[in-house]
Ligand binder design. Structure first.
Ligand code: TYD
Ligand code: MG
Length: 455
């Protein structure tokens, strides 16, 4: 029999290769390749051959079954991100940086679901039960009927869950779990993959919902296994800047609800508290209109959210000027700078450019293009946009402005927060601007001409 060959697995993207190297060919990360023994498998057959399998029963698409009954936690910000509550037999992955507040969130969620009548088991592989109890006490949750254990051995956990038959099992975290049939260290791709597979299979076969906690690498990928993301039904990211108290729970995949929905929380001394009106919170620190500051009327999932973009531009002492972005896509910034340079003739060469989204929010919408351009121009020309003005719209490479979806929703949220004027692209379906003064523009050049002189 052939010796089981070792394989080399990238801990960042899960790519396997037959030899070690310093840099992964799959994702380009350095020092992420680790030797792992492959799962014990029989010799692979060349083809399935002629032996017949069992015929599968096929059904129609139409159904008389009611949609799966969901359980709401009573935490609106969490329930919305889950698509209206927790679905039985579903597997949910909650990813986030270490220390961002995942354990706190899930302990609060465990207590909330337990109070809504679910049988909840919380298994921590990272903290001793006493530590978790102390945290529960601090959060005022010690009376919640949650069952607690500290364990990392997957076999023991599955046996326990099988006996107890909980409605919800929370595993904190997937990186600490180890399966005794897999020969690699806990946290390695094979272990994480095996643990996620066993636990999601458990969820499907026993009808329990399972929530897995996963740590994220510095690049923002779930440490090790992107493979876990496709095994589960729902992937949520818990994000935020360490220095800010705001935390955003974002659904990046949801088989039972809309993706890209967000829930906003504030980390306080007494745990996470819900933020029902995030726009007011993100704009709270904004003072008088200042050069470089622009309010963007965005949509996160189904909800309009206003955020402030801040830009700073200064002469660069370096031959290669800095382009630094927090909360927005760096390559999108480069694109907007290029459009401003080549379509509007406004050079940024020799200038350092800093762009920041206030409050630790991350914006992914291309609809923020025009707000970014406005912030850059406003910083460069040292002029502010008129007061009480929101901006949104996509910029194409030609310099034309493209209308974006849900304009009326954006305008409505802006009005609620006292904004009277909106700068936006021409077109788009706006039947009712509700009293907001609209300044609609065809292209970036006319925008520059109107607000920043000739540039
Ligand atoms: P934690 O939930 O342990 O993070 P994770 O599980 O994602 O690693 O949260 C840790 C941080 O949260 C810690 O720095 C302290 C802070 N925190 C509060 O500010 N208030 C609280 O009530 C709690 C429980 C934690
Ligand atoms: Mg934790």
């Amino acid at each position: 029999m052939a010796k089981t060959a070792l394989s080399y697995v990238c801990q960042s993207c899960g790519a396997t290769s037959t030899k070690w190297s310093g840099r992964c060919d799959g994702c380009g990360e350095w020092n992420t390749i680790v030797e792992e023994k492959p799962l014990s498998q029989g010799p692979a057959k060349k083809s399935l051959g002629n032996a017949r399998g069992r015929a599968i029963a096929l059904t129609d698409l139409s159904t008389k079954e009611a949609p799966p009954p969901r359980t709401a936690a009573g935490l609106d910000e969490l329930d919305r991100v889950l698509g209206g509550g927790l679905v039985p037999a579903s597997a949910v992955l909650v990813g986030g940086d270490p220390g961002i507040g995942k354990s706190t969130l899930l302990l609060q969620a465990a207590a909330a679901f337990a109070k809504s009548g679910l049988k909840v088991v919380y298994i921590s592989g990272e903290e001793a039960s006493a530590q978790v109890r102390l945290r529960a006490q601090r959060l005022g949750l010690e009376d919640a009927p949650v069952k607690l254990a500290t364990e990392t051995n997957l076999r023991n956990i599955l046996t326990t869950l099988d006996d107890i038959q909980p409605d919800l099992a929370i595993i904190d975290s997937i990186q600490t779990m180890w399966a005794d049939n897999v020969d690699s260290a806990p946290g390695s791709v094979s272990q994480v993959r095996a643990a996620a597979h066993e636990l999601t299979t458990f969820a499907k076969s026993r009808g329990s919902a399972v929530i897995l906690v996963g740590h994220v690498t510095k690049e923002g990928a779930l440490a090790g296994p992107r493979v876990v993301e496709h095994m589960v039904d729902t992937v949520l990211y818990f994000e935020g800047e360490r220095g800010h108290q705001f935390r955003i729970l974002r659904s990046v995949k949801n088989r039972f609800g809309p993706a890209d929905e967000i829930g906003v929380f504030e980390m306080t001394g007494g745990g996470l508290s819900e933020v029902p009106n995030p726009s007011a919170l993100f704009l709270a620190e904004r003072g008088q209109p200042a050069p470089g500051s622009v309010v963007f009327a965005g949509i996160e999932g189904t909800r309009p959210v206003l955020t402030e973009f801040q830009a700073l531009i200064s002469p660069s002492p370096h031959s290669q000027p800095r382009r630094s972005v927090v909360g927005w896509d760096g390559s999108r910034l480069a694109m907007i700078l290029a459009v401003l340079e080549s379509r509007c003739g406004i050079p940024f060469a020799g200038l350092d450019v800093y762009l920041n989204v206030a409050g630790g929010m991350r914006v992914n919408e291309p609809a923020a293009d025009l707000a970014v351009a406005a912030a850059l121009l406003s910083a460069r020309e040292d002029t502010s946009l008129p007061a009480e003005t929101v901006v949104f719209g996509e910029i194409s490479l030609s310099g034309a402005l493209r209308p974006v979806s849900q304009a009326e929703n954006r305008l409505k949220e802006a009005r609620k927060l006292g904004f009277t004027t909106a700068i936006l692209p021409t077109g788009g379906k706006i039947a009712n601007a509700g009293g907001t003064a609209l300044k609609q523009m065809d292209d970036l050049t006319s925008f520059v001409g109107e607000f920043f002189g000739a540039g």
